[in-house]
Design a binder for this molecule. Structure first.
Ligand code: ATP
Ligand code: MG
Length: 245
């Protein structure tokens, strides 16, 4: 049984098939990369998995149970958490409160506020933000706001974590740190699907990669298989400025 599986997952916006008949799966423990040119449908696929949108037609199963049609909060409580390409933090709230929201909201059994604070502090330490725990979230750099979203998502105790362009705009040191962070999350036993344009990160840490183009899946394989796919080179890697870097 796959942890997450999609069958013929499709989403139209008007006449445009943003995601078109995509079959996919991710197995427990994997880091799956999701790549493709701008507008390929990657974020839309995350929106379909996290139930911000509903596939039509198509089926998405988590641990063999159909989850499409459920409300987003149910998806979260089943153990699927996400971050956003365009950060969606509570900017006026201190960093720690952003994470406490995740820990108080997510798990089925309610935590006390003291327990939620403890969890939040541990997670801020884990993502490297403990020094700014009491800073208003909006005052942080974008890089740190993205890390904050990771901590907030982890606070809901996910089995599966969806990361949408966590590495965008990082310098080399930050990139290596963030790659290490993602590997540490995998070591906690959390399965990951990551959307990235940064090829060094994708090729360096993914176990398997799916490539979307115009809403369709055009490749699915190991980093080596995908990097050598003529079709992928033609539509994506050949034009990506940082391919292979
Ligand atoms: N809410 C929406 N309403 C209408 N069209 C949308 C909506 N969301 C996405 N689209 C369109 O669907 C297509 C896929 O968009 P999506 O954001 O999923 O691409 P992406 O692969 O994440 O691209 P990027 O790498 O630029 O983030 C694009 O043509 C986009 O304009
Ligand atoms: Mg996107």
């Amino acid at each position: 049984m796959h942890l997450l599986e999609g069958e013929k997952v499709t989403k139209y916006f008007g006449g445009l098939a943003a995601v078109s008949e995509v079959d996919f799966y991710v197995d427990e423990g994997e880091i799956l990369g999701l790549i493709g040119p701008n507008g390929a449908g990657k974020t839309t696929l995350f929106n379909l998995i996290s139930a911000a949108l509903e596939p039509k037609p198509g089926v998405i199963k988590f641990r063999d149970e159909q989850i499409n049609g459920l409300r987003p909060y149910k998806i979260c409580r089943l153990g699927i958490a996400r971050t956003f390409q365009t950060v969606k933090i509570f900017g006026n709230l201190p960093v720690i409160e952003n994470v406490r929201v995740g820990s108080l909201f997510g798990p089925l059994k309610g935590l006390s506020t003291a327990e939620a604070t403890k969890v939040a502090l541990e997670l801020l330490e884990f993502v490297g933000l403990s020094k700014v725990a009491y800073t208003p979230a909006r005052d942080m750099t974008l890089v740190n706001q993205k890390r904050l979203e990771v901590a907030r998502a982890l606070a809901t105790k996910p089995t599966l974590l969806l990361l949408d362009e966590l590495m965008a705009g990082l310098n080399q040191t930050e990139l290596l740190d963030t790659m290490e962070l993602v590997k540490q999350i995998q070591k906690k036993g959390i399965t990951i699907i990551m959307i990235e344009h940064v090829m060094k990160a994708i090729m360096g840490i993914c176990d398997r990669i799916i490539v979307l183009h115009h809403g369709k899946k055009i490749a699915d394989g190991t980093p080596e298989e995908v990097a050598n796919s003529k079709k992928v080179i033609e539509v994506y890697l050949g034009e990506a400025s940082d391919a292979g870097s």
